[in-house]
Every structure is written in structure tokens, then in C-alpha cells.
Design a protein around this ligand. Sequence first.
Ligand code: NAP
Length: 423
Amino acid sequence: MNICLVGINHRTAPVAIREKAAIRTAQLDDALQSLHPRLSHGVILSTCNRTEVYYTTDDDSDAKTVILGFLQNLLDVSDTVLRKHTYVLNGEASVEHLFRIASGLDSMVTGEYEVLGQVRQALEIAEKAKMVNLPLRHVFQSAVRTGRRVRKETGISKNAFSTSSVAVDLAASIVTCLEGCKMLVVGTGEAGRLVAKAAKDRGVSHIAVASRSRERGLKLTKTLGGMLVSLSNLVAELHSCNIIVTCSNAPHFVLDVTKVDMAMRKRPELPLVIIDIAVPRNVEPAVGQINNVFLYNIDDLASISERNRYRRKSAVREAENIIAAEMNKFNSWWQDFKIRPLISAIMDKAEKIRLAQLNRTVKKMPSLSDRELYSLEMMTRAIITKILKDPIRFLKDNRDSDYDYTDIVKELFQLSKIKRDDE
Ligand SMILES: NC(=O)c1ccc[n+]([C@@H]2O[C@H](COP(=O)([O-])OP(=O)(O)OC[C@H]3O[C@@H](n4cnc5c(N)ncnc54)[C@H](OP(=O)(O)O)[C@@H]3O)[C@@H](O)[C@H]2O)c1
């Protein structure tokens, strides 16, 4: 058995491609169900930086084809374009990749916290869909533990940045005085909350938040201040704001050319900076062509993120050491996991023989006392344990060996079927 992944991420595809493969949390179960008939065990991790499917398989080519087909369907691209933007990792490489993701090393914003919760949630959703087996559970749980260790034991998330706070930094680098600006935040989920908080921390005096839900919007304005506006009345807001950060889960454009053009006619001299960190994007790309509108998307945060990564260089090194130590633990577990079914099969066969022989012998003997029966039981068990002790120790000692002893052991002990220990 092998652990593998097929995915697309911010290094292999721009947001315009990536957004088509973005699967919202509420849709993850449906996506897993669509894979289930052809893939027994899998976990989908979909964040603004990536969509990846982790799976276990005995025959990689089949599962890989199923998942590539699934991604191709979402992306609606040719085989050549699909191959250009997707990657396939196998075995240790796929596990290490997930450990790096959970640690925030693979994020556009190094050390961000949000991804750790997303890794945990991906596992929970796949568990509910009954698509998680022991290896996948162990990989994801180990990744979460690694991510927690990295954040606790290194400074990688100290004064943590998030994509949202980097978006506010980008705005600050474009306008001359952030404090005097009016900022509109579209979306009041986790990203919207972080944008509003970062804006408040950097001294933005006028913050307006646009929400679908009045209740959720009020909750945010109550804690962080600012004004609540209705999503249906965005154009009126566009007349006066200087910066807009969009981060809603809307599957369609919240701001299109018509709306922004209409607003800009009323304020032709006043520049408008729009930073769209939503995936899929909330703002129609052609909005960037309107005079005096400066449109950025999540991929435009890369240069600021690179500076952030550079500043955290030594923490990244420490994180990599923790990942290496966790990989050693994982590899050791994996080697045990691989030989466990074989050892169980040997012991099961020996136990069946012992019981059959014991029962046959007991039936032929005059009635025995409980104490005598107990002694016989213990004696037969001790014989089995002593006979099997050396072969089992040999298998454990040689579990890392390049030579696979499975076939020879199966033949020696005449083990026809080995029940896998992965459910
Ligand atoms: N979380 C992060 O750190 C992060 C980082 C970078 C980018 N992003 C991107 O930001 C976006 C939001 O992420 P999130 O983590 O904040 O999600 P979230 O916590 O689930 O919040 C989603 C927000 O989108 C709103 N929304 C959902 N469907 C909508 C629709 N059809 N029309 C208008 N608004 C809608 C929700 O409104 P209701 O409250 O009314 O449901 C809520 O305010 C995503 O595109 C994500 O990829 C997030």
C-alpha cells in the first residue's frame, strides 16, 4: 500500500486556474461522495492556496487516473493543461508535503495559522464520509501534531501574519496614508474578520463591512468597530471608499465592471484600490482596466509574502528540523504498520492450531479441574510464544530492509490470505 496525493497549488497554477478547483467546506462532502464509487479512501484539502486529494492505494495508476479526472472536470481543461498545473506525490514525499502545509511552510504567507485548522477540518469531513482508513488518519493526525509543535517551538507564527493582514499591508504600500482611508471589507467570515482587525490595528479610521447576514456583520462591527453595509447596496459605498478588500465565499463576482464603472463615474479623480483575496475571485478581472481602479488578487501578495518568509528564515530552519523528526516517527510507524498484518496472520494461524489441538486433547482426557485446564492453556500458549518469538523479532528487526520478506514468510507459514490492518 502507498500514500499518495494529486493536487494543484499556488506554485503550479495562477488564481484564474486554481479558483475553478476551489471546493468550499460545505461542498467537501459532495466532492468526496462523487469520488467514493471509484476511490475507497481519500481526503480532500481545499484552501485558497491549494486543492489536493490524499489517498491510499495498492495500484497507484487507477486511483491517480480517477483523481486527475476529478480535477480535470473541475478545471475544465485539456490533458496538456491539466498536466502542466497538477502534481503527483507518492509515499514519504506526500506525507512530508502535508507536514509542511500544516506547519505553514507551504503557504503563501509563511507561518499563517488558518491552514492548521483547515487540515484538521479536511480529516473530520472525510471521517464523516467514511473515507478515512488508518494510514490516512495517522498521516493527518501526525500533520496536525507537527503543525502545532512548529508553532509552539519556533517563532514562525510570532506576531503571525495572515493572508488577510498581508492584504492590508499591500494596501498600505499603495496608498499614501492608510489611517485617513475609508476601507470596505466584503465578507464577514474568518478572512473578513482578520482583514478588519488588521485594518483597525494599522489605524484605519473608517472601516465598513459588507455582509450577507446582518447578524454576522453586526457581530463583527460590535467587536472591531466600523459600519455595517448591505451587500445589495455596494455601489453606494463604492462612491466614497478608497480601499476595498473582498473575501467572501460567493461563487460569483460580487463586484463586476458595471457596478464599479457606475461608481467610478461619480468619483473619476479619486483612485480606488481593490484587493481581492477570495478564491474563487469576487471581482471581475476586467474591473482592473477601469480608469483609476487598481485591482490586485491573492497572487499579487506573493512579493510581500516572500519578504515575510525571508524575515522568518531561521524559524523556517527550526521548523524543518521538527518536520524531519516527525518524519522519522512517521516512517517508523509506517514500517510497523506494513509488517503488522503479516505478524497478525502468523499469530492467528498459530492460535487456531493451538486451540484446535488443545480442544482435541482435552476431549480425550478424563475430566480436568479448572486449575489443570488453566495449566494446559498456559503451557500451550507459552510454546507458541517461544516458537514464534525469533521469527517475529527477525521480521521487526528487518522491517527497514530493502528485501521484502512477506512472500517467503507467507510460503513458510502457508498463509493464504493476510487481512489488512487499515480500517
Ligand atoms: N480564512 C482565510 O484565512 C483566508 C485566507 C485567504 C483567502 N481566503 C479566501 O477568503 C474567502 C472567505 O474565506 P473565509 O475563511 O472567511 O470563509 P468563511 O469564514 O466561511 O466566510 C465566508 C464569508 O463569505 C460569505 N458568503 C458566502 N457565500 C456568499 C455569497 N453567495 N454571497 C456573498 N457572500 C457570501 C459568508 O456570508 P454568511 O456569513 O452570510 O454566510 C461569510 O461572510 C474564500 O474565498 C477564501 O478562499 C481566506
